[in-house]
Design a binder for this molecule. Structure first.
Ligand code: GDP
Ligand code: MG
Length: 363
C-alpha cells in the first residue's frame, strides 16, 4: 500500500518547505518518497525548488487537486510505478479547502486498495494566523479570505504550526493553546520546516493513522469569492547579459519592487516567488507580505550569462494591475542586475475560477 499524505494551508505557510523537510526525515526512516506540487497555472517555482531537493517530483497544473482529481491519481501512479515509491507527499493549492470531501474521501472510496490516506494536515504560520484569525472572530465583518483560512483549519486532522523559529517559547505556547481551543478536532504540532526542529513530531503525527474524512459545512460562493479576490500570475522569462549578472541581485530587486508596489497600493500578498535557474544552479526567493523583504531559500551570488526565470505571484488586486506590477518589477530587476529579460509569453494574470470538484463525498 502506498502512503498518501496531503498538505493543505494558506499561501506562504511553508508547505513546500515542510514537504522537503518531511521527505528527508521519511527517507531517513527508510521510506521512498515522491512529492506532488499543484497549481492553478503552469510553470511552478515550487516544482523547481522541490526538484532541487527531492529526486522524484510530479505536478498537477491548471487546477487544484479537487478539480483535477483524476490527474492527481495518474501523477501519483506514475511516480509510484517509475520511482518505486512507497510514500507520496502532496501539496495542495494555498487557496484551496474542502479537501476531506474532495480528495481524502474520494481517494479512500475509489482508490483505497492502492493508497492509504494520512490525516489531512493544514500548515499555518504565526503571522498569517494573527492577521486572518483576528478577522475570524468578528463574525459580521469577517472577510471571505478569513473565512477560507478558517475552513482550512476547521477541516484539519493535524494542524502544523510552522515557523516556530520566529517565536519565543511564550508565543509558541500561546498560539498552540489558541489553536487547540478553537480546533479541538485537530492534533496540533509546532515545528520549523526551516530548522527542522520538531519535524519528526510532524512525521510521527501522521503515523499510520487515516484521514478522518470529516466533511466541512462550507458555503462555496464565499469560498469562490475568496479565491477570486486573488490575481494569479505565472510567467517565464529568459534573461541574459554579456558581462554577467547575479541571480540573487535580480530576484531580490524584482521582489523588493513588487513588495513596495503592494505596500503603496494596499494590496495583500498571498505569495510572490521568483526562481532563477542557470545550468544546475538555482536561486529562489519568496515574499509573503507587502512591504516586507524577500527571503531566500537558496541563492546564487556568482554572476551568470543567462538564466531561465519563473515568476509566480498571488496578490489581492486586479489581474491587469498585477500584470503591470510584475512587468515593472522585471524592468527594475534588469536595471539592478544589468541584464535583459525577455518574457517567454505575454503576461496573463487571472482570477481562479469557481471551484468545481470532481467528487464531493460526505462520509
Ligand atoms: N522562518 C521560517 N521561514 C520559513 C519556514 N518554512 C518556510 N519558510 C519561508 O516561508 C516562505 C514560504 O514558504 P513555502 O514553503 O514556499 O510556502 P508555501 O507557499 O506554503 O508552499 C519562504 O520564504 C520560506 O523560506 C520556517 O520554518 N521558518
Ligand atoms: Mg508551495
Amino acid at each position: 500500500m502506498i502512503r498518501f499524505i496531503a498538505l493543505s494551508g494558506f499561501l506562504g505557510a511553508g508547505k513546500t518547505t515542510t514537504l522537503m523537510a518531511a521527505a528527508r526525515t521519511l527517507e531517513e526512516q527508510g521510506r521512498r518518497v515522491a512529492v506532488i506540487t499543484n497549481d492553478q497555472g503552469a510553470d511552478l517555482v515550487d516544482t523547481q525548488l522541490a526538484q532541487s531537493h527531492v529526486d522524484r517530483v510530479g505536478e498537477v497544473t491548471g487546477g487544484c487537486f479537487c478539480c483535477r482529481f483524476e490527474d492527481l491519481v495518474s501523477v501519483a501512479r506514475t511516480l509510484v510505478d517509475d520511482g518505486n515509491v512507497d510514500t507520496l507527499l502532496a501539496e495542495s493549492v494555498g487557496s484551496c479547502t474542502d479537501l476531506q470531501a474532495t480528495v481524502v474521501n474520494p481517494m479512500k472510496r475509489y482508490y483505497g486498495d492502492e493508497f492509504t490516506v494520512a490525516p489531512l494536515t493544514t500548515v499555518v504560520e504565526p503571522d498569517r494566523h494573527r492577521a486572518l484569525a483576528t478577522a475570524l472572530r468578528l463574525e459580521d465583518t469577517e472577510s471571505d479570505l478569513s473565512y477560507l483560512f478558517g475552513k482550512q483549519l476547521e477541516e484539519a486532522d493535524v494542524i502544523a504550526l510552522n515557523k516556530i523559529d520566529t517565536l519565543v517559547q511564550a508565543e509558541r505556547r500561546e498560539i498552540t493553546g489558541r489553536l487547540a481551543q478553537r480546533y479541538p478536532q485537530a492534533k496540533i504540532v509546532a515545528y520549523s520546516a526551516a530548522t527542522a526542529e520538531g519535524i519528526t513530531d510532524l512525521v510521527d503525527a501522521w503515523g499510520n493513522d487515516t484521514g478522518s474524512g470529516a466533511v466541512l459545512e462550507i458555503d462555496y460562493d464565499r469560498y469562490a469569492n475568496a479565491e477570486a479576490q486573488l490575481a494569479w500570475l505565472n510567467q517565464r522569462f529568459s534573461s541574459s547579459s554579456p558581462q554577467g549578472f547575479v541571480p540573487q541581485t535580480w530576484a531580490t530587486a524584482a521582489l523588493m519592487h513588487l513588495s513596495a508596489r503592494a505596500a503603496t497600493k494596499g494590496w495583500t500578498i498571498g505569495h510572490a516567488k521568483v526562481s532563477v535557474r542557470s545550468g544546475t544552479a538555482l536561486t529562489k526567493l519568496s515574499l509573503i507580505s507587502a512591504g516586507a523583504d524577500p527571503v531566500a531559500n537558496t541563492a546564487q551570488t556568482e554572476p551568470v550569462h543567462s538564466a531561465d526565470i519563473q515568476f509566480n505571484a498571488r496578490v489581492v488586486c486586479d489581474p491587469t494591475d498585477l500584470d503591470a506590477a510584475v512587468q515593472d518589477a522585471v524592468r527594475a530587476a534588469d536595471d539592478a542586475a544589468a541584464c535583459i529579460s525577455v518574457p517567454l509569453a505575454a503576461p496573463t494574470a487571472f482570477r481562479p475560477g469557481y471551484p468545481v470538484p470532481v467528487h464531493r463525498i460526505q462520509a
